[in-house]
Design a protein. Structure first.
Length: 382
């Protein structure tokens, strides 16, 4: 009997050992199989944001002896959907946030800002207004233009003239800055935070600049004829041997590489570290039309609070071409561009001391020179 019990116990041990070996082999085969990811709980999920490891799949495809059963085909389709989903999420951060992604659109923008998101389209020419009449006559164009520049669009309750606050409609002065409480210049003067740019060619009247400097404004006068690059005349008054470039605003030419002592206004603002100008005054002897055009096309016009310009009408002006009717239409269109940028005319002064001609013609009793003043009704100094 003892021998029988011994044989049974030995047989049972052999069975247990054999069973253990079979289980071990099965486990080994499960781990080494390409479908082991399902055993380990790593089955790809189409809603997951992790890119799957394709190395095992590629190795399986290279193996010629195994073939491609239905399970492999299904897994390939899942992987393709997963990769497509992840790529789409990377291109669309808003969609990433919508499905619960870890990166919000704001964080993605901080890391990798979207290109061209707020870039304004660059123009090389202004938009021309329709002709004043079907026959494109000079008289009709001139009448429309002269009516426009001699009809103030808003009233300015107070104006600064030679350091004294006056009513602009009583004084009749040529150079006036608006100190109406609806706009910010008066507040900036009180805070001693106003900034003035004055563009000229040498012999212009500078009384307004001196008055603004005495009132506490930071005044910069630009004149290419002075002997030194920079000179300080008074505590708040500087002169610079620079001129604002009035040439065609060709976007192919870098703004900092124009001509000696000549720069675009945007380049000067960058060089000086200035963001905005409270008052821009200009007496440029017929270069004012192209300067105005550059301000519009450079997108610098919205950095200016008030524009005080002397315009000359005895000839077209530098680099302004076309017949007389075309020139006047261009002048009018340029002033309408200012209006579309929220500038409103508050003062117009006719200079009767200058020749009374309009494009070398005695037309509509016009003067060859007018001083025009605009205020940006949407402008706020920051």
């Amino acid at each position: 009997m003892s021998k029988d019990k011994f044989r049974k116990a030995f047989a049972l041990r052999i069975c247990l050992i054999f069973t253990t070996l079979l289980i071990a082999v099965q486990i080994y085969m499960e781990f080494s199989s390409p479908q082991s990811s399902s055993f380990l709980g790593r089955q790809p999920n189409p809603d997951s944001h992790d890119v799957p490891d394709l190395s095992g799949d590629q190795g399986r495809r290279r193996s010629e002896g195994r073939g491609a059963d239905q399970t492999d085909l299904s897994r390939d389709m899942v992987i393709k959907r997963q990769v497509s989903f992840v790529r789409r999420m990377k291109r669309d951060p808003v969609a990433m946030a919508a499905v619960g992604g870890t990166e919000s659109p704001g964080k993605l923008a901080d890391c990798c800002p979207l290109q061209h998101q707020y870039r304004k389209s660059q123009r090389w020419h202004i938009d021309l207004q329709p002709w004043a009449s079907p026959n494109h006559s000079l008289k009709d164009e001139a009448k429309r233009f002269l009516d426009y520049i001699t009809s103030p669009q808003i009233s300015c309750g107070n104006a600064l003239e030679k350091g004294v606050i006056n009513n602009p409609w009583i004084t009749g002065s040529s150079w006036l800055a608006c100190l109406d409480g609806r706009y910010s210049l008066a507040q900036q003067i009180k805070r001693k935070q106003c900034r003035v740019y004055s563009l000229g060619l040498g012999s212009e009247d500078k009384q307004l600049e001196v008055s603004l400097a005495k009132a506490g404004c930071e005044v910069h006068c630009f004149n290419p004829s002075i002997k030194v690059p920079h000179v300080q005349e008074a505590k708040q008054l500087w002169h610079h041997r620079l001129s604002i470039d009035w040439r065609d605003p060709n976007p192919a030419i870098p703004p900092n590489k124009q001509h000696s002592n000549t720069k675009k206004l945007g380049a000067i603002l960058n060089d000086f570290g200035h963001r905005k100008i409270d008052v821009l005054k200009a007496d440029m002897e017929s270069a004012e039309w192209k300067i105005l055009e550059n301000l519009v096309l450079e997108n610098v016009i919205d950095k200016i609070g008030q524009l005080l310009f002397e315009v000359h009408l005895h000839w077209p002006g530098f680099e302004v071409s076309g017949d007389d009717s075309t020139v006047v239409r261009y002048w009018y269109s340029l002033l309408k561009e200012l209006e579309s940028s929220h500038f409103r005319l508050f003062h117009s002064h006719r200079d009767d001391s200058k020749p009374q001609v309009f494009l070398q013609k005695n037309l509509l009793n016009a003067s060859s020179s007018y001083t025009l003043s605009w205020v940006n009704t949407k402008w706020r100094h920051q």
